[in-house]
Write a new protein. Sequence first.
Length: 193
Amino acid sequence: MGTGLYRVQLTGVAGLARVAGISGSFWDRPEKTPTHHFNSKFIWLPAVLIAGLGAWVLQSGSASNTAERQPVRLATVAITEPLQSPAVEAETAAETAPVDRLKISSQSWRRGGLGSKALVTFTLRNDNDYAVKDIEIFCSFARRDGSHLTDRRRVIRDTVNMKSRRTFARMHVGFININADQAKCSLVAASQV
């Protein structure tokens, strides 16, 4: 009588576990790992995702094309300006008053920082009966032919005393287009001290 175990070789605990049908132990290393089959299945995943994304883009693109062919109906809205009380108008006039008697008497500019920075020199003349501070200037830059390129704003935190002039030399206004050839600065706002 034989036990029917022909050519079974037990090599330690790993062989015993294989005969017993226990798998997944750290002694048992299968000849073919499941990651080999796993990786080949994921090769197709990017291709399927790209094909699906392409179909979605084509489908959404055709929907937007049909919307462009339809006529557009414009709506008209009438906006009425609310009436302001005299107190609000006086308050608004008081806020803009510092700029009315504040002027740029002279200005020039040059390039700095490899040609990309605008350095503006200008003189402010304050004809008000009070000092002003937080002066906001607006500078517009253009090409040689006069076509507009860049706009920059800058707030000057210094104070200009009443009935006086003050020169600001080489004030960095901002980065500008390299093709800028002309500059024109103007005053936007100021506050009373």
